[in-house]
Design a binder for this molecule. Structure first.
Ligand code: ADP
Length: 586
């Protein structure tokens, strides 16, 4: 503005401009220097010192204006309002801005009052004082509060930035030292983080993998190493559902084409599907070890089951009065030996089933099963055992039935399930209920809705302590207390039951009160009457093509429970495998 006035006054209007707004040359030079410094500070100077550069520019503006005022009449100058405007901004620079202008103003007042050759009158001093000090007061009021707030904010920002930095450093150290591979993607699936373990496992360098689509770096296949269709990998599934997935059933192809089995955990970043966190580890060696162990157990159990069954058979013959004559003492010893052999046989049988279920050899072969009739057969087969212990075995298929007149109509529950496996599970639950109940009842009830059927086995037995409940379905887990110690068992029955029920898309659970009793239940998928008919007809057609056992269709209208679809009930799990043995030759 000063430069413009100078140019206008000196070159364009040829000194015709009012002396009040005339700009002398020294002020114009200073204004020019100030303008150059401002432009330099704004455009070229390093941005490291914004405060210092702004303050320097501001001082230059003040000096230019001060000189301009002095040269254009001092207190009579038309540029005094310009000074007042400038002074209002001094507070913007905090202590240095305000302090400097305050000092300068007061020195100037002192000079004009006491030292000048033409000192100001009292009125002049008051006006000069007000014109100099008022803007500073206003400036203080305006900027002080703002500056304090800004300082507080910037301190808080600094502290937060420092903290974030520390957290980021710590996280990076932790992520880099994790032995598992960790890959993080954004919502488009582009890799944003890959830790050293992931780089080693995948055979990708960080700089190559960063920013790539995860599908080209993490190539997931099924457990046999075959490629998966698009969207079938657990990572894609997680991206669609936004639910964490943990699995050991997939393989990974490395950059060099090697296939490894992996344990994989995929979780969403935050709640709003902002990306995926993929954690994985090589379990090829673990799986191989597991397989070798399972094979050893399977072979050993298989080989040992046969001689144990033979011993059991011979002991049975020795205890049979029609085949052997023995005295009472010998009978007592042989009975104990017979019991232990039975236990051993059961253990081998369970071990075999466990190893078969773990290596996938127990794939379900589903057929249509009328659950009520099927369960009744199992209950009937275990009735003598319950009665032998003085227990009431109650079968309640009517739960949820509807009253029609005086007759209760039980719903018919069909399921498409492997009946041998279901039999093994139900046998085990009812057998356990009888085994772990000293007196009272064992009740088997069946309930269901359109989607599921629940078979519950409730007893008035010893119950399970709450701390043992979460472990009941683990391998070899037995509750260890004075009640259970005398009752024989392997701790494998519930584990086998869980695996079998889960492989048939069902669920097994327990509610128990220690000392009062337990309810073990299974929930399996239900199929409609029409669907059951369809499946039976399909099975019939297959049977006609390959003549085997005929399958009875469900008569139209009211379905009638068909027992022909079920095989004869086998001996419960507790019955040891027995083979026919010829009497020993003397
Ligand atoms: P096992 O009966 O051969 O020991 P299971 O796997 O069938 O093995 O059962 C595991 C454990 O669960 C048993 O040892 C027992 O402590 C407990 N248990 C199972 N069924 C019942 C039941 N009905 N009442 C109380 N405890 C039970």
């Amino acid at each position: 503005m000063i430069l413009c006035l100078y140019v206008a006054g000196t070159f364009l209007l040829n000194d015709k401009v009012s002396t009040n707004i005339f700009v002398p040359l020294p002020a114009a030079i200073l204004a020019f220097v100030t303008a150059v410094v401002s432009v330099f500070a704004y455009i070229w100077a390093p941005k490291k010192w914004p405060y210092q550069l702004a303050l320097a520019t501001y001082f230059l503006m003040c000096i230019t204006t001060g000189v301009l005022i002095e040269l254009t009449g001092g207190q009579h100058s038309a540029y005094i309002p310009m000074w007042m405007m400038l002074a209002v901004f001094s507070g913007l620079f905090g202590f240095w801005g305000l302090g400097s202008i305050f000092t300068f103003t007061n020195l100037s007042i002192i000079y004009h009052t006491f030292l000048s050759s033409a000192p100001y009158t009292r009125e002049q001093i008051i006006i000069f004082f007000l014109a100099g000090e008022m803007p500073l007061l206003v400036s203080y009021l305006i900027w002080h509060e703002r500056n304090t707030q800004d300082q507080r904010k910037s301190k808080a920002y600094e502290a937060m930035a420092k903290e974030l930095n520390q957290v980021a450093n710590k996280s990076e150290t932790v992520i880099n030292s994790i032995a598992e591979g960790v890959v993080v993607t954004d919502e488009q699936g582009k890799i944003q983080l890959i830790n050293p373990a992931a780089q080693t496992l995948l055979g990708w360098d960080k700089q190559d993998a960063m920013g790539l689509d995860y599908k080209s770096v993490i190539i997931i296949g099924d457990s046999k190493g075959n490629a998966l269709p698009d969207n079938a990998s657990p990572i894609s599934q997680m991206m669609i559902t936004n639910q964490s997935i943990t699995t050991n059933d997939y393989s990974l192809t490395t950059h060099s084409g090697k296939k490894i089995l992996i344990s994989l955990l995929v979780s969403p970043v935050g709640d709003s599907a902002a990306g995926a966190i993929i954690v994985f580890r090589d379990i090829t060696a673990d799986k191989e070890e597991e397989r070798a162990k399972a094979e050893f157990i399977s072979t050993a159990s298989h080989e040992m089951r046969t001689p144990v069954a033979a011993i059991e058979g011979y002991l049975g013959l020795a205890l049979n009065p029609s085949t052997a004559v023995i005295d009472d003492k010998a009978r007592m010893f042989l009975e104990k030996a017979h019991e232990s052999t039975q236990h051993l046989g059961r253990l081998f049988q369970d071990l075999l089933t466990v190893s078969r279920s773990e290596d996938g050899r127990l794939a379900p072969k589903p057929t249509v099963v009328d659950i009520v009739t099927f369960t009744k057969e199992i209950v009937d087969s275990l009735m003598p055992k319950a009665q032998g212990k003085g227990l009431f075995l109650v079968f309640k298929p009517n739960s949820g039935g509807t009253e029609e007149g005086t007759k209760t109509v039980s719903p018919v529950f069909y399921s498409y399930i492997d009946q041998d496996q279901l039999r093994e599970v139900l046998n085990n639950l009812v057998d356990n209920a009888i085994k772990y109940t000293k007196q009272g009842n064992v009740t088997i009830d069946i309930t269901g809705d359109d989607a599921n059927i629940t078979v519950g086995v409730t007893d008035t037995g010893i119950g399970v302590p709450p701390e043992d409940v979460p472990h009941l379905f683990q391998k070899f887990y037995r509750v260890d207390n004075s009640d259970t110690r005398e009752i024989g068992g392997t701790g494998l029955g519930l584990y086998i039951s869980r695996r079998l029920i889960e492989s048939n898309n069902g669920h097994i659970g327990v509610n128990s009160e220690f000392g009062k009793g337990s309810t073990f239940y299974i929930t399996i998928p239900r199929i409609s009457h029409d669907r059951a008919n369809e499946l039976i007809q399909d099975a019939q057609q297959a049977a006609t093509a390959q003549p085997t056992t005929p399958v009875a269709p469900i008569p139209g209208g009211t379905p009638v429970a068909s027992t022909q679809t079920t095989a004869p009930a086998p001996a419960p799990r507790s019955a040891a495998p027995s083979i026919p043995v010829a009497p020993p030759r003397q």
